[in-house]
Design a binder for this molecule. Structure first.
Ligand SMILES: CC(C)(COP(=O)(O)OP(=O)(O)OC[C@H]1O[C@@H](n2cnc3c(N)ncnc32)[C@H](O)[C@@H]1OP(=O)(O)O)[C@@H](O)C(=O)NCCC(=O)NCCS
Length: 143
């Protein structure tokens, strides 16, 4: 049974471990302590198996990052995290690597549309980002 809850201090080490398993250029632990960024974690049997971080900027929600532990991917946990993060009525935007097709698929599933490109956005390898945006009236589909 997967539960989605706000991140607690004692979840931090597990969240950082998932970040390191998930990204070639993982974000520093300080990002996860950032007051302005709200994190939700997915728990299974008292273990953190995924997280999503988002920030409110000028009335819009910006999704900062999301990851699911590699051993637990493909079971709908990413979708559950997105559903919780998208409960609010605000416009939501995010950047995603052009190479990250699984993430683009999940975002498209939730009604995000490609609205622009950010050239050389990622500092580790100079990769471009696709800017995606979801209007509040966009319907969340669960199929
Ligand atoms: C992106 C990520 C969070 C998805 O989490 P997940 O729990 O595996 O995703 P789900 O099982 O909920 O799948 C949701 C949808 O994502 C897409 N998806 C997931 N894995 C995929 C894959 N390997 N290839 C293509 N699409 C994929 C599908 O559209 C899927 O919906 P479907 O099962 O109805 O086809 C996970 O793959 C991950 O942690 N990746 C590494 C970190 C990352 O890239 N984060 C996003 C950028 S910040």
């Amino acid at each position: 049974m997967i539960g989605i809850e706000p991140m607690k201090n004692e979840d931090l080490a597990q969240v950082v471990a998932i970040e390191r398993l998930s990204f070639a250029a993982p974000k520093d632990e300080a990002v996860f302590r950032h007051d302005e960024i709200k994190y939700l974690v997915a728990n299974e049997n008292d273990k953190v198996v995924g997280y999503i971080g988002f920030e409110k900027i000028a009335g819009e929600i910006h999704i900062i990052n999301m990851a699911v532990h590699p051993d637990h991917r493909g079971k709908g946990i990413g979708k559950k995290l997105m559903e919780e993060a998208l409960i609010s009525k605000e416009v939501v935007f995010l950047e995603v690597r052009v190479s990250n097709l699984p993430a683009q698929k999940i975002y498209e599933h939730f009604g995000f549309k490609k609205v622009g490109m950010r050239k050389g956005y990622y500092q580790d390898n100079g990769e471009d980002a696709i800017l995606m945006r979801r209007e509040p009236k966009g319907q969340v589909t669960n199929d």
